[in-house]
Design a protein around this ligand. Sequence first.
Ligand code: SPV
Ligand code: MG
Length: 289
Amino acid sequence: MKTKTLRELLDSKKLIRVMGAHNGLSAKLAEQAGFDAIWASGLEISATHSVPDANILTMTENLQAAISMNQATSIPIICDCDSGYGNVNNVIRMVKEYERNGMAGICIEDKQFPKLNSFVDGPQKLTPIEEFAGKIRAAKDTQMDPNFVVIARIEALIAGQGLQEALNRAYAYEEAGADAILIHSKQKDPHEIVAFVESYNGSAPIVIVPTTYPTLDVDQITNYGIQVVIYANHGLRSSIKAMKETFDRILKEGNTAGVELDISTMQEVFELQGMFEMRRQEDKYSSTL
Ligand code: SPV
Ligand code: MG
């Protein structure tokens, strides 16, 4: 069970390295690279539908993408569930659906619905602490498998509310039963995150998403006692750049001979999509009459 794998990773106290993905293929590539788990990223899934990361897609659309990731991999999928798609009633149904479909865990953030991506300029409206703690309690009471992981994401620093507000929220969410606390920051260096981890006296594992402070490396992260690092969008961003370059070159060069040298081979595509495995199965089970 992937829930058990994720729970054991958390209990091991070792650093868990998580890669963002948006579909089965990107999740499989992350697994093959050696990541411990997949982040079914709301930003990535939205972007691949070419819509903003602002609760434009429904829960069902996000879940469908996560199901593709789950089916393509053998490592746990941690699902970015924004602010839970509404109030506690929505959170309850959401947990049932995500758990029933084999997800290892979910993460919900303490922003109002509809949420807005944390790095976009604009109002970042927080949910009152008690209301969000209720969502965490509802999620924990709803899950059937004790190993299913519920991560509470704090957006207080993103909303400019400061360290004390972030700490108050961390203690409230831990008390409500959160299995881990994701503390998010959009600063260009990790000072806010460092201040948080140095002040936090709770015992929930800490999760970070170092998108805007990319120089923080795994040794530093480990030394700060942070247990989970999510590289949330690097697969998406690398694929956009690669596709743009290839498309531009084909128009400019007038044929595809040049780009052939720089793109994946058809054999690699076949391998990734399980074509050779399918043919082996076909040979094994087809009639020889
Ligand atoms: C995501 O990957 O969708 C996240 C991380 O939630 S962030 O884009 O930093 O909000
Ligand atoms: Mg998100």
